[in-house]
Design a protein around this ligand. Structure first.
Ligand code: 5CA
Ligand code: ZN
Length: 406
């Protein structure tokens, strides 16, 4: 599907700085910093996209800004990024919203995806190389299910097709949860651990048989629609090949989504691990709970924009938090970000300043994507005086290249 227009990204290498070192990202599977080196100069990154039944909230935006920052660090290191993002444009929440509102599920998906694109463009998020909907990936999804069946990793249950976790030797290696914890999370996050007849409570749907009143697609598996995890496995395998450098999303996707999509991809290809690094944005909360469409405690990017807030202030407010710890949005963060943005812009108008701390900025972003540290370095530069006439220009380029702030 159509994505959105990408912002231009200045190249610090053109300003006389050599390429940065490949960034290191926090890998959920090992808990370690993992260098993102790509292969032959190309980094392959798969990030889980939206389920388009409601507008983009600040939690979503934080997730896409994290991977945008990682992409910017890879570009700064002279690498090309092949970035794939999906749109879950058919799934239970979309059909439920369609029933509640009396609208067509397709119309909801189109409208909310269009709004998401506008939000991403306004936040200056670099667009994915491939932006792929589940509906358009249907033949690839069906093919992955066929290959799982051939490998004995799938079985039928009353017309539905399930993935068998027993067929995946490394199942559990992404999140390292206990089986009790996995059962609990599976039940909370779209799974069906209690369905009778399953070989293992954690087995997940690959293909669900058509139900009356629900959309379905004809396929070699019979009429039906896909399960969630296989959607991302199939889109990643099709567009990025057997192994990705970074597989990302919010931390609510560690289990079951990334665990199971990785297990499915690994069984199909025989190659482990599916991702060299699994990277997650911790949950953004609001009013005491995780910000989520199903709870309704949302702050929408589009609403802030409509109220005249500079999207760069929204971007700064989100980048002020480290991606590895849950945090809660407070409305005064926006005022703080607006004043920070004003201070930065005023300082960049100066005719000289202290030397630009490019190496330190690169290190902050390159060592575990520490955006709060990078913002603090810019704050220090802004607050200090100096006689380097090139510094304001270099800083403007570095702030744009690494942090995406115009
Ligand atoms: N379509 C699936 C992924 S394949 C999905 O989870 N869609 S979503 O619309 O629910 O979420 C989109 C992205 O935002 C996901 O990566 C999710 O992990 C992330 N996300 C959702 N809520 C939050 C939150 N409160 N804080 C941070 N990230 C969040
Ligand atoms: Zn996904």
């Amino acid at each position: 599907m159509e994505s959105w227009p990408s912002p231009a990204v200045p190249r610090l290498a053109d300003l006389g700085f050599g390429p940065a070192a490949p960034p290191r990202v926090r890998d959920t599977a090992t808990g370690e910093l993992q260098p993102v080196e790509g292969r032959d100069g190309v980094v392959r990154m798969y990030v889980c996209g939206i389920t388009p039944y409601d507008a983009t909230h600040l939690g979503h935006a934080a997730t896409y800004l994290l991977f945008d920052t990682i992409q910017r660090a890879c570009l700064d290191a002279g690498m090309t990024v092949r970035y794939v993002q999906n749109v879950t444009d058919i799934d239970d929440p979309l059909l439920e919203r369609a029933v509640q509102t009396g609208q067509d599920w397709r119309a909801i998906a189109l409208r909310e995806t269009a709004l998401f694109r506008d939000d991403m463009a306004a936040l200056r998020v670099i667009a994915p190389t491939e932006y792929v909907g589940a509906v358009e990936a249907m033949p690839d999804i069906v093919d992955v299910v066929r290959r799982l069946r051939e490998r004995g990793a799938a079985y039928d249950l009353d017309g539905d097709v399930y993935f068998s976790v027993a067929a995946a030797p490394h199942f559990g290696a992404v999140g390292h949860y206990s089986s009790a914890e996995m059962s609990r999370l599976s039940g909370e996050r779209g799974g069906d651990p209690d369905r009778p007849g399953k070989k293992d409570p954690l087995d997940c749907l690959l293909w669900q048989a058509a139900k009356p009143g629900e959309p379905s697609w004809d396929s070699a598996l019979g009429a039906g629609r896909p399960g969630w995890h296989v959607e991302c496995a199939a889109i990643a395998l099709r567009h990025l090949g057997e192994q990705v450098d970074v597989n990302g999303g919010g931390s609510d996707l560690v289990f079951p989504h990334h665990e199971l999509s990785a297990a499915e991809a690994e069984v199909v290809t025989g190659r482990t691990p599916f991702a060299r690094a699994y990277v997650h944005q911790a949950m953004v909360g609001y009013e005491g709970e995780k910000m989520s469409k199903s709870r309704g405690n949302l702050v929408f990017v589009s609403r802030l924009r409509a109220a005249g807030i500079d999207p760069m202030a929204i971007r700064l407010a989100l980048l002020a938090h480290h991606h590895s710890a849950d945090w809660e949005w407070h409305d005064d963060e926006l005022a703080a970000a607006i004043s920070r943005l004003e201070r930065w812009r005023a300082a960049l108008q100066r005719t000289s300043g202290p030397p630009a701390p490019v190496a330190d900025l690169r290190e902050a972003i390159g060592a575990g994507t520490d955006t709060p540290k990078a913002l603090g370095l810019v704050d220090e530069w802004v607050a200090a005086d100096g006689h380097d006439a090139a510094a304001p220009g270099v800083m403007a380029a570095a702030i744009d290249a690494l942090l995406g702030i115009d």
